[in-house]
Design a protein around this ligand. Structure first.
Ligand SMILES: [Zn+2]
Length: 161
């Protein structure tokens, strides 16, 4: 008996917790998504959330989903997974693991595959069955990226001090 604490959080809770915290930084009025990339040694390499590119003011660019492409967020927003990939300047992401709060779209799937991410742990999958989701799964499967649904134990992450 070492007397060590037993109620500490798991690696999955830790990294998905970081992804969820990152999501809370997003200004998107409809969908806040966060991502966290982790090395094979369980070290955090990068994080991201959905937002506009650098220099594109959140107060000037549109967040709405309706209207012409140029008047909607779809023309400008960068998804959390792509931001996490682009935020990493330390070299290769080959063999890493990506934690994301929502299953990636087909565009992010391409980036995930091309940088060599080996595994994807996702929480929400609300777009399951939609064309973008099906295309994403198809590519990730072909590329051999492991897709693991996050199993929450329902615990609320709160530090008791
Ligand atoms: Zn995406």
């Amino acid at each position: 008996m070492s007397g060590k604490r037993t109620d500490y959080i798991s690696w999955d809770e830790y990294f998905m917790g970081i992804a969820q915290l990152s999501a809370m930084r997003s200004k998107d009025p409809n969908t806040q998504v966060g991502a966290c990339i982790v090395s094979q040694e369980n070290k955090i390499l990068s994080m991201g959330y959905n937002g506009f590119p650098k220099g594109c003011d959140d107060d000037e660019y549109p967040w709405n989903r309706e209207g012409d492409l140029c008047d909607s967020k779809y023309a400008y927003v960068t998804h959390s997974e792509l931001n996490a990939i682009l935020n990493y300047r330390g070299g290769s992401l080959e063999g890493t693991k990506l934690y994301v709060t929502l299953f990636p779209c087909n565009e992010c799937a391409k980036a995930i595959i091309q940088v060599g991410i080996a595994e994807l742990v996702y929480a929400d999958d609300k777009y399951n069955g939609t064309p973008a989701n099906l295309a994403s799964r198809r590519m990730l499967t072909s590329a051999g990226v492991k897709m693991t649904p996050y199993r929450s134990n329902g615990r609320i992450l709160e530090l008791k001090v």
